[in-house]
Ligand binder design. Sequence first.
Ligand code: P5A
Ligand code: ZN
Length: 490
Amino acid sequence: MVTSMAAKQTKEMKIEEKKAILPPKSNFSEWYNELLLAGEIMDVRYPVKGLYVWFPFGFEVRKRTYAIIRELLDKDHKEAMFPLLIPETEFMKEAEHIKGFENEVYWVTRGGKNELDVKLALRPTSETAIYPMYKVWVRSHADLPIKIYQIVNTFRYETKHTRPLIRLREITSFKEAHTVHATWDEAAKQVDVAVQIYIEFYKRLAIPTIVSKRPQWDKFPGADYTMAVDTLMPDNKTLQIGTAHHLGNNFAKTFDIKYEGMNGEQEYAQQTCYGISERCIAALVSIHGDDRGLVFPPEIAPVQVVVIPVLFGKSEEIIKACREVAERLKDEGFRVALDESDERPGAKYYKWEMKGVPLRVEIGPRDLKNNAATVVRRDSGSKEIVPIDKLAEEIKKRVIDIHKSLLGKARKSMEERIFDCNTLDEVRDKISEGIARIPWCGEQECGLAMEETVGAGILGIPESELGRGYGSCPICKKETTSIAIMSKTY
Ligand code: P5A
Ligand code: ZN
């Protein structure tokens, strides 16, 4: 009896241990999956492929992340909400759009026992749900511009390998904006604004980005052109973490969105749309996390500071000091946890490190004697002794510094993995280590041949100096000043 209980306890301990220990981050795919579970971000055990469950902790991370995008958009967008179901008759209006999405659409064909007269699509994206309403809402140039966004779930029957937060069949956190303008140029400006908003958003998450114009064969179905925001993941593949599309008047024509211009003529409107999904959180946890677990920028972290009494025997004094410190920090506006549980300090460190808490404040007997606390940073592991009366002030400084160093480190890591190449052989050599830059004349035929030869995609010609250079196109040998970036992609 006693033996079996002991055995049971050992077994339970093993499970506990197993749950706590992550594979090394160098083993990215396994590390990622374990991290989502151990860090309580997503539960992947839901019994439908491509659908996952947000743990409450993960949902809090989501809430704080989406608060930032809301804050940025709310300056000159309005939030609204459109239906999930789209009648087939609307969905089938824009030819390119249908071609792009028909293999990914889930259809609702029955209501109870009745076959529906008109099938209903679960939105894979909401152009065809929103634009019939824009037709009604847009009357004159005075109604323009319209800038609306919604944060909703969308459904895509993805056939590529599904992965939590990265490739979902139910995208739970699709932020899509849809704008309407009088002129093509104005819409083009809005695409630039959208890209700037995303760059700013990702800076707040300490995630470096590369913006490029997608090649024509890779643009959004129904768009004039597509701008994309990518980041480089730890396994050297790029992840598309946002896109902004100039829709021209393609949808306006099919949905009959017209306004009366100054001169009384009816004109088709010009439109844009741009979106991000919970891929932003995939990038967040992947780029900053380490072998010990999650690492969050302080703005996102559900708990920003954990206070841990370091006790040898019982010490009412230390507990009291910790409570006071926790209260003080709360009053200063930090999100604080005080861990008074009976676990050993080491076990507590471990637990809060896994959760990505940016700062740990330890108070032990020696700290107490010196009226000080030990402050440990999650991102660097650095330990410093800080006088208790300076604690709030010092933590404020570190909160700013942690964000800066996370962004700096992530930028450096991405920059170190961008390689200048002159030949496709070089690209093939380097592509498993990151992003390759290579001259490209811009012709579709050459681009497709390059992709075929290397076995990796052209992301596009980047906006920045990354897209400028000099050399000859590896296929047609024409001299060119434009540089394409290529990578393995998710
Ligand atoms: C823009 C918003 C659109 O759907 N319509 C409204 C436009 N663009 S998009 O590129 O197809 O999608 C926008 C972003 O959503 C992410 N994404 C996904 N995330 C998780 N799982 C998926 N299956 C998935 N599909 C797209 C990408 O970041 C994409 O850029
Ligand atoms: Zn060429």
